[in-house]
Design a protein around this ligand. Structure first.
Ligand code: NAP
Length: 345
């Protein structure tokens, strides 16, 4: 075994339904990349809402416990497997992983690596991998928001939400953003008009700002409030649902809230009123791997280019050492942060 491969890997294991303090740290031998793979030395990996659901066994299609969570990462290639261009070693890349990112070294198929522009802080780039892709594809691929339109972004202080607000502003749209009052200054700074998402008269407040309704609503909350989101649409407006955050702490099936939401969206789409209602899933089309990867490269490339030229302001809520993952998860779930908590191995 070479000196390099004898090095140890530090990774975080989610052993079952646990509090953040129940996450386990594990050391193991550094793996060797197989044909077509790279071993990435991880420099930054994010804490997403998905892991909040996974640690409650509430994520739609999570693997069986135990597993290493971690939806995305940024790092440099330390070693490549057979058949891979050795020139990749030392280059910095981003990857969307869904699980497996919370580690010091990750094996990634080379075809899944997206180059990170030179000179960008890996932690800042990390805040835009799953968040940037989700926001970009919903805004430009699904809702096709254009200059002068009015959009409503729920959770405007969150990782995806704060990116959506910025991208919508860059596209020339006006933005209303829901968030807890403690985040309103931050939401205003991003360029949106904030509204308290717990306000009982939320719809009336949106109507006061957009009397004809909004051209697009981005809703990750689901639950009964999705009805208000739909009713707030302007003629020809689009509802983009992309999560069921409000059901995270409910007992029962992880799938039922999503299936109920699908049924509702199907019904709304059957109505001849010019509105569109759709569910966005970042993994849609994954079976056609070449097409999926081409789209991922194009869209993440566009987002990272906006970061590189200073148009997008990365929202780093905190940088936390990987070994302090329990603190990072607790912070991400505290409701006190704007943007993304990033783990640094
Ligand atoms: N469909 C897809 O492909 C896809 C891809 C990526 C993400 N997502 C979804 O996107 C959402 C955001 O992810 P993220 O990583 O950006 O999360 P995040 O950074 O943790 O942000 C979550 C946001 O939601 C707000 N929030 C939490 N619970 C809420 C509730 N019950 N009602 C209303 N707002 C609530 C939070 O507000 P406070 O800070 O005030 O608590 C915060 O603004 C998640 O639901 C996630 O599952 C979906």
């Amino acid at each position: 075994m070479s000196q390099q491969s004898a090095e140890q890997v530090l990774e975080v294991v989610l052993p079952g339904v646990v509090e953040p303090t129940g996450l386990e740290l594990r050391r193991r031998a550094r793996p060797v990349p197989a044909r077509g793979q790279a071993l990435v030395r991880v420099e930054a990996t994010g804490v997403s809402f998905a892991e909040q659901q996974m640690r409650r066994a509430k994520y739609y299609d999570q693997p069986p416990f135990p597993f290493v969570p971690g939806y995305d990462l940024v790092g440099t290639v330390a070693e490549v497997g057979p058949g891979v261009d050795a020139a990749l070693v030392g280059g910095r890349f981003a990857a969307l992983t869904k699980i497996g990112g919370w580690t010091s070294h990750a094996l990634v198929d080379v075809a899944d690596l997206v180059p990170v522009p030179v000179g960008i802080d890996p932690v800042e780039a990390e805040t835009l991998v799953v968040n940037g892709l989700t926001a970009w594809q919903m805004l430009h691929g699904v809702a096709k928001v254009t200059a002068g339109q009015m959009v409503l972004v729920h959770g405007a202080n969150g990782g995806v939400g704060s990116t959506l607000v910025q991208l919508a502003r860059l596209a020339g749209a006006r933005v209303i953003g829901t968030a807890s009052p403690r985040h309103h200054d931050a939401v205003r700074e991003l360029g949106a008009t904030p509204i308290d998402y717990r306000a009982t008269d939320l719809s009336a407040r949106v109507r006061a700002l957009a009397p004809n309704g909004v051209d697009a609503v981005f809703d990750h909350v689901g639950g009964p409030g999705i009805v208000d989101s739909y009713r707030l649409l302007a003629p020809r407006g689009t509802l983009v649902a992309y999560g069921t955050a409000s059901t995270r702490d409910q007992e029962g099936s992880s799938r039922l809230p999503v299936l109920k939401l699908f049924a509702r969206l199907l019904w709304w789409n059957a109505l001849p009123n010019g509105h569109r209602a759709t569910f966005f899933n970042i993994w849609a089309g994954k079976r056609d791997a070449p097409k999926f990867r081409a789209r991922l490269n194009r869209d993440l490339g566009a987002v990272l280019a906006l970061l590189a030229d200073g148009s997008l302001r990365p929202q780093v809520a905190a940088r936390v050492p990987l070994a302090q993952v329990a603190d990072a998860v607790a912070l991400a779930e505290s409701g006190t942060v704007t943007g993304k908590v990033v783990l640094v191995p």
